[in-house]
Design a protein around this ligand. Structure first.
Ligand SMILES: Nc1ncnc2c1ncn2[C@@H]1O[C@H](COP(=O)(O)OP(=O)(O)OP(=O)(O)O)[C@@H](O)[C@H]1O
Length: 269
């Protein structure tokens, strides 16, 4: 790690979640959940439907005020910060929400320009358009996608447009919420490759929520498992399987888990 990065992180993991509790009425989604995301890794986050993966992501990016606990990103406390404040840390991450969450009345290029306008209002419009164009191309979209509206895009293209917007501010941290959901296997594999390539070339740290076993096997450095309102295990897939946790056994040992493992073995031959 160079001196600048070292100073930036002071040796601390970019994301630290400590004792997080999220309640909706009487229902607790998380109860004393703790985890860390290490610099430069792709951390896959898995768990059954409704176990609180998206709520966890929303808590980390400050869109969900937790009932209890402490979250820091790049050493800065996130919990308790007004969503409109502290732009210093917010511009260091990019988020691709499930389904892309694009503004339907804006073109792809204009969507990518939104965070640039918000965080750097003084950038000249021409430069802003050029940065947006570069991010669209970086995300693997053809040049002519820039002037299209979301309704004119396929599902896979919408995801790439969402990714382009997430990359708009040159983030150090990228949050991806189910990036391959709804994609055909070829499109999903292509998106996985793109994520890995971007992580390596841009030096990103990636928090990736997914149900996609192939994604976990192919591109995640570690996987965090949410069950019983907590992160019950974090590690490589072999390390997770060794824990013997029943949900983990069922998830990775079931027919889909075995198929993903076999495909991964074949791709490494
Ligand atoms: N704003 C809210 N108000 C009330 N309940 C909520 C709210 N947001 C989330 N929940 C509940 O919290 C639980 C966790 O939701 P979340 O979307 O984080 O699950 P998830 O693990 O991402 O699920 P999936 O894999 O199906 O996307 C769900 O039961 C959901 O209904």
């Amino acid at each position: 790690m160079d001196d600048e990065l070292h100073a930036r992180y002071s040796g601390k993991p970019p994301i630290v979640v400590d004792g997080l509790t999220n309640r909706f009425g009487d229902f607790a989604v998380h109860d004393d959940l703790s985890m860390e995301v290490r610099e430069g890794e792709i951390l896959g986050v898995v768990g059954g439907s409704g176990t609180g993966k998206s709520v966890l992501m929303r808590s980390i990016i400050g869109l969900q005020t937790p009932s209890d606990g402490h979250i820091s990103v790049f050493g800065r406390t996130i919990t308790g910060i007004d969503p409109d404040q502290d732009l210093g840390v917010r511009c260091r991450w990019g988020v691709m929400f499930q389904g892309g969450a694009l503004f339907s009345t804006l073109t792809v290029g204009e969507n990518v320009e939104v965070p640039l306008k918000q965080f750097y209002p003084d950038i000249a419009p021409e430069l802003r358009r050029e940065i947006a164009r570069y991010k669209v191309l970086l995300s693997g979209l053809p040049e002519d996608a820039i002037n299209k509206f979301p309704s004119e895009l396929s599902g896979g293209m919408k995801k790439r447009a969402g990714l382009a917007r997430a990359l708009a501010l040159d983030p150090e941290l990228l949050f991806l919420d189910e990036p391959t959901a709804g994609l055909d296997p070829i499109g999903a594999a292509a998106f996985d490759s793109l994520t890995k390539e971007l992580k390596e070339t841009l030096g990103l740290t990636v928090f990736l929520i997914t149900h996609d076993l192939d994604t976990l096997y192919e591109i995640c450095d570690r996987v965090a498992v949410i069950a019983d309102k907590q992160v019950v295990a974090v590690g490589t897939i072999p390390e997770l399987i060794e824990t013997g946790h029943p949900w983990i056994q069922e998830y990775f040992g079931g027919p889909r888990g075995r198929a993903a493992h076999a495909a991964h073995e074949r791709s490494n031959e």
